[in-house]
Design a protein around this ligand. Structure first.
Ligand code: ARG
Length: 464
C-alpha cells in the first residue's frame, strides 16, 4: 500500500477482490488468528494483556460479522484484511501486532485447509447416513427379485437388496476418499510465511495442536504453494457426486410408467404446471444433473494450479469458488439422497414380472451344458440359437419342444425345463459377492461392519 501513490483502478479492484466469496473463511480465520496470537504470546511477542485484548477483540469481530445487517466495507479486499480492519476498530493499533510472523499466503492456505478438514468429515458423516438408509432398504428387499441390466437391457435377475447395496459400496469408497482428503488437509501450512518461513520461532507444533492439525508442513515453499488438499477434496466430491448421479438416473428410469419399479415420495417429486396427472422425479433428475459441476470444479482448480510456478500466485485465490460450490453441491446431494431413500417405495410385482423373463436364464442354460462337458463358448452359441428359435416362433424358452432341444444339443434334456424356474437362477449365484441369498446375507453382515466403522470414525473425529 505504502509504495503506491495511485489507488487501484476500479476494474482491477473488482478483478482482485475476493471478499464476495472468501467471507466464508471468516470463522476459520478468526480461530486461526486466536491460535496464532497464543503462539506469539508463548514466545513473548505479545504479553498476556495484549493476547487477552486481541482474543476478545476477535470475538467482538466474530459477533459483529454474525449480526443481522452486517456489511463489509467497499475498501475490504479480502476476508483477512477485513478482519484486521474490524479488529483495529475494536482494539486500536494493537491489532497491527497480530500479523507478526505471518503472511496472508500461509494464512489463507491454513484457512482453506481447515475448511477442507471440516467438510471432509461432514461428507463422511452424510455419506454414512445415506449408507445406513441403503442398508435398511437392502435388508427389507433382500429377497425381491428384479432384472439386472447391462446396456440397459435385461441381463440376469438379481435381488433388489443386492442392487441397492452396490450403491452402499460406492459410498463406502467415497468415505475412504474423503478420509484421504481429511488427512491431506491435516498438515498445517502456518509458519511458512510468504514462502521462506518466518523470522519468529513460533512453536508451530503447539499452534497446530491448538487448531486441530495433525502435522506441520515440513517445507515452507511447499506449505505456501500447496493446494493438493483442495484437489483431493474435489476429486473425492466429484466421484461421490458421479455415484449419486447414477443412482438418480436409475430412479428416473425406474419410476417411469414403462418400468414402474419404484415411486418416490411426494415430498421429493414435483407436479406439472399443465398436466395434472404428472408426478415427476425432479429430485432424481437433479442428482443426475448436479454431478458434472462438481467434476468441473475439480477440472477448474487443476487448471489453475497447472504449471503454476512456486510459490504463491494470485491465481491461487481462484481455489475458493470451486471448493465452496463443490461443498455445497455434494452435501446437498447427499442429504437429498438420504431423504429420497427414506420415502421410496418399490413395486414387488412389477420387479418380479420383469425378472421372470425366461431369456434371463440364458447364462444358466449355457452353464447347464458346461456341466455336461460342453465348452462354454460352444454352449454360448447353442443357447444363442435356442433364444433365436424361440423368438422367431414367438415362444418362451420353456415352450420349446424336447425335439427342438435335442436338435440344438443332445445334452438338452428335462433338466432344461427345471432350470427355467427363476429362483434357481438367483440362488445359483452362491459365490462370494454374488446375489444368492446366503452370499447376500454375508454381504449384509459385512456392510453392517463397514457402516459401524464409518460411524465410529465420525464419532472419534468429532470428539477429538
Ligand atoms: N485473498 C488472497 C487469496 O485468497 C489472500 C492471499 C493474498 N496473498 C498475497 N500475497 N496477495 O489467495
Amino acid at each position: 500500500m505504502s509504495r503506491f501513490r495511485k489507488d487501484p483502478d476500479p476494474r482491477f479492484w473488482r478483478l482482485n477482490r475476493s471478499i464476495e466469496f472468501d467471507w466464508r473463511l471468516a470463522p476459520y480465520d478468526i480461530d486461526q488468528s486466536q491460535a496464532h496470537a497464543r503462539g506469539l504470546c508463548a514466545i513473548g511477542v505479545l504479553d498476556d494483556d495484549e493476547l487477552a485484548k486481541i482474543d476478545t477483540g476477535l470475538e467482538q469481530v466474530r459477533a459483529r460479522m454474525g449480526a443481522h445487517g452486517f456489511q463489509f466495507d467497499d475498501s475490504d479486499e479480502d476476508i483477512h484484511m477485513a478482519i484486521e480492519r474490524l479488529l483495529g476498530e475494536e482494539i486500536g493499533p494493537l491489532a497491527g501486532k497480530l500479523h507478526t510472523g505471518r503472511s496472508r499466503n500461509d494464512q489463507v492456505a491454513t484457512d482453506v485447509a481447515m475448511v477442507v478438514q471440516v467438510h471432509s468429515l461432514q461428507a463422511i458423516e452424510l455419506a454414512g447416513a445415506t449408507m445406513e438408509r441403503l442398508l435398511e432398504l437392502a435388508e427389507r428387499h433382500r429377497d425381491w427379485p428384479m432384472p439386472g441390466y447391462t446396456h440397459l437391457q435385461r441381463a440376469q435377475p438379481v435381488y433388489l437388496g443386492h442392487h441397492l447395496l452396490a450403491y452402499f459400496w460406492m459410498l463406502a469408497r467415497d468415505v475412504l476418499r474423503f478420509q484421504f482428503a481429511l488427512d491431506s488437509a491435516s498438515v498445517m501450512p502456518l509458519g511458512s510465511g510468504a514462502l521462506a518461513g518466518v523470522n519468529w520461532e513460533i512453536d508451530r507444533r503447539a499452534v497446530a495442536d491448538d487448531l486441530g492439525f495433525e502435522h506441520v508442513s515440513p517445507n515452507s515453499i511447499d506449505g505456501a504453494s500447496n493446494r493438493d488438499f483442495v484437489l483431493d477434496y474435489l476429486a473425492a466430491a466429484s466421484t461421490c457426486a458421479m455415484h449419486l448421479s447414477r443412482f438418480g438416473s436409475e430412479i428416473v428410469i425406474w419410476s417411469s410408467s414403462e418400468f414402474g419399479f419404484c415411486e418416490l415420495d411426494e415430498s421429493f417429486s414435483s407436479g406439472s404446471s399443465i398436466m395434472p396427472q404428472k408426478k415427476n422425479p425432479d429430485s432424481a433428475e437433479l442428482l443426475r444433473a448436479k454431478s458434472p459441476r462438481v467434476g468441473a470444479s475439480y477440472a477448474a482448480l487443476l487448471g489453475t494450479m497447472h504449471a503454476l510456478p512456486l510459490t504463491y500466485g494470485k491465481d491461487m485465490q481462484e481455489d475458493k469458488e470451486p471448493l465452496f460450490d463443490a461443498i455445497d453441491t455434494v452435501e446437498l446431494c447427499l442429504e437429498a439422497t438420504e431423504g429420497m431413500l427414506e420415502g421410496i417405495e418399490f413395486d414387488r410385482e412389477r420387479l418380479e414380472e420383469a425378472s421372470g423373463d425366461e431369456v434371463l436364464a440364458a447364462t444358466e442354460v449355457a452353464d447347464l451344458l458346461v456341466r455336461k462337458g460342453v465348452p462354454f463358448r460352444e454352449a454360448h452359441g447353442i443357447v444363442g440359437g435356442l433364444v433365436r428359435d424361440a423368438l422367431a416362433q414367438g415362444k418362451a424358452l420353456s415352450e420349446l419342444t424336447p425335439e427342438e432341444l435335442q436338435k440344438s444339443s443332445e445334452h438338452l434334456d428335462d433338466s432344461f425345463y427345471d432350470l427355467l424356474k427363476r429362483d434357481s437362477w438367483l440362488e445359483s449365484k452362491r459365490i462370494e459377492g454374488g446375489t444368492g441369498s446366503e452370499a447376500l446375507a454375508n454381504q449384509i453382515a459385512f456392510a453392517h461392519e463397514t457402516l459401524g466403522a464409518v460411524k465410529e470414525r465420525v464419532r472419534d473425529e468429532r470428539d477429538s
